[in-house]
Design a protein around this ligand. Structure first.
Ligand code: HEC
Ligand code: HEC
Length: 326
């Protein structure tokens, strides 16, 4: 098993690389990002925890299996193109939330996920296999429809995850899995304060309207945080707690760990109070859907924010009806 004792350097390289990519991709944001005096390490990386190190791209096997591993990587990174049949009108890709093509610790990396299934999930109240877990992200996070079990798309993704996990122990508690939980801050999370955090630290890349941006070829450069092209109301990122965890560890991109716990909860609350595609499990009424799937203080669905009921104006209900049978 390959273990890396100090992850600081790797994270620095990733962070610097991210900034460089942004600088190259977005001339307008270049000044703002490059003007920061130094790249600050994500809080999580300063703890001396031994993190599993997945194999590098160069290690990919050069045989039939390797071709499918590579296809899995391509699907993960460019989901709209390589798995178009299962992706709705979204501008997200799997890597939008599982950074660095599913390699980065503390952004729900694929290697940690692979060694954690089969597992019981309270979300659907039965033991899920690894492919079934991925079906969930297609249906909710990508607002698409689940490829059937055994579909070449799931086979390729599973092959990629298996290969990334080469040498990792079977261990659902493996360090770096998921998004590190962020303790509840001193003040109750606040929409207004969150809006200020968003303007200062997020709008530059994700757009003032949260809709993200595509490159000239139509590929998502910056994914949508809300609106018709974002994840739907059934997604894990719709829970403020999960979103705060992802944001604190990973955003602003390349500057993970720089927001305070309060800022992370506030901006997650702001993001998750906006409209997005309806929950595919919609029961015909917001109250019934909230009672069944969103009954948590960390979930704004069906709550009143700024005088409006969140979820009422969710776009693409027809789409929700269409994927609801999956
Ligand atoms: C909008 C963000 C988002 C997108 C896009 C997304 N996911 Fe996820 N994914 C999540 C969240 C949130 C979790 C739950 C993380 C946790 O439990 O800490 C998750 C969990 C997972 C897990 C299980 C992780 C674990 O450790 O249990 C797998 C596997 C997975 N996603 C695969 C995919 C695949 C494949 C795609 C693309 C088809 C995808 N995801 C797209 C947000 C996303
Ligand atoms: C420097 C540009 C940049 C900044 C600033 C930035 N992000 Fe991101 N963010 C990205 C990119 C790029 C991705 C997708 C990564 C990928 O596809 O490889 C992303 C992904 C995300 C995602 C998961 C995908 C989705 O659309 O739901 C969330 C949530 C998110 N960012 C929230 C935020 C928040 C909140 C802030 C401000 C605190 C922020 N980001 C600041 C570039 C940025």
């Amino acid at each position: 098993m390959k273990i890396q004792a100090s992850v600081g350097l790797t994270i620095t390289i990733i962070a610097v690389a991210a900034v460089v990519i942004i600088v190259a991709a977005q001339p307008r944001s270049a000044t703002a990002v490059a003007a920061k005096p130094a790249v600050v390490l994500p809080a999580a990386s300063t703890k001396a925890v031994a993190l599993f190190l997945p194999p590098t791209e160069q290690d990919m096997p050069k045989n039939e299996f390797g071709q499918i591993v590579k296809l899995g990587r391509d699907i993960f990174d460019n989901t709209g193109q390589y798995a178009s049949a299962y992706v709705g009108p979204t501008n997200l890709r799997c890597s939008s939330c599982h950074l660095d093509a599913g390699r980065l610790a503390h952004s729900a990396p694929l290697w940690a996920a692979y060694v954690s299934y089969p597992a019981y999930r309270s979300k659907n109240k039965h033991v899920n296999t690894f492919p079934e877990r991925m079906q969930g992200c297609f249906k909710y996070s990508m607002n698409g429809k689940a490829p059937p079990l055994g579909d070449p798309v799931l086979v390729a993704l599973e092959s990629y995850a298996y290969w990334l996990a080469t040498g990792a122990p079977i261990d659902a508690k493996i360090a770096g899995r998921g998004y590190p939980p962020v303790p509840k801050p001193a003040l109750p999370a606040d929409y207004g304060r969150g809006g200020q955090v968003f303007e200062q630290h997020c709008a530059l890349c994700h757009g003032a309207d949260g809709a993200g941006r595509l490159d000239a070829g139509g590929r998502p450069t910056f994914p949508a945080l809300w609106g018709a092209k974002s994840f739907n109301w059934g997604a894990g990122m719709g829970s403020i707690k999960n979103a705060a965890g992802f944001i604190k560890a990973n955003m602003p991109l390349g500057l993970g760990g720089t927001l305070s716990d309060q800022q992370a909860w506030d901006v997650a609350t702001f993001m998750d109070s906006h409209e997005r595609p309806q929950d595919p499990r919609f029961k015909g009424a917001l109250a019934a859907t909230r009672a069944a799937y969103h009954d948590s203080p960390d979930d704004m669905y069906g709550q009143i924010v700024e005088g409006k009921i969140v979820g009422k104006g969710s776009p693409s209900k027809e789409n929700a009806a269409q994927v609801g049978s999956q």
